[in-house]
Design a protein around this ligand. Sequence first.
Ligand code: HEC
Ligand code: HEC
Length: 207
Amino acid sequence: MGVIARMRLWATRWRMVLGLASLATGISSGMAQAADLPAALAKAETCIACHGATGVSQMPETPSLAGQPESFLQWQLVYFRSGTRKSAVMQPLAASLTDDDVRVLSKHFASMVPPPRATASGDQAMYTVGLKLAQQNRCASCHKEDYSGAQAAPRTANQREDYLLKALRDFKAGKRTGGGVAAMADVVYPLADDQLRALANFMAQYH
Ligand code: HEC
Ligand code: HEC
């Protein structure tokens, strides 16, 4: 995709976010008398525009959140909020989240049913290369045997392939420096781009 097309895509997403953000603000202020919980959950309405109503994303380069470890989600929202993790889309959204919002939203998405096996590109050969690379690089030592994630390490099983690849490339390029920075930077450092593609392909169709 060309730079201009990308910028147009972001602009479209932004208009949608701003529209939804004001909608969510309306919902939460309408619930001002109620407990904090529904107010925080009302903010989830903003999230599902991109991350999907069931926490399974249909949007390019946008991760599914369903079934992620609760603490991983909390950490990432805090990283976005502090600017430690860069994202033109997520940083401004996270900026308005309170600690309670972070807790409630993370619990909410963590409790959802994890995504089904994703439709991935490539062929069986690519998947097999990815599987072998994952074993050689001991990805499961942190992401768990079934890649369902634990604590600060995310679920990668059946995540969107395009997002997995983007994340791996961001770590490699030093663009993503959240927590566990050293861990993922060290892991991807020796890997070539075609190896990152094979790993993303394998993890997207893990079953
Ligand atoms: C306009 C679309 C959009 C909206 C609305 C949105 N997100 Fe995101 N979100 C993204 C994109 C795109 C990324 C990936 C950023 C990157 O490439 O690093 C992301 C990343 C994340 C991540 C990191 C997940 C991971 O696997 O690394 C979390 C957590 C998250 N969003 C939570 C939320 C929550 C909670 C809300 C609602 C308050 C929300 N998002 C609203 C687009 C959106
Ligand atoms: C030493 C532990 C460790 C090992 C080994 C490891 N990871 Fe990670 N991985 C992490 C942590 C921690 C994070 C979260 C980093 C952050 O906070 O930004 C992560 C994040 C990721 C992400 C981003 C996913 C998302 O939802 O944002 C991908 C993709 C990923 N790892 C793939 C891999 C692959 C593929 C391998 C093997 C080649 C691997 N990891 C090996 C600890 C590890």
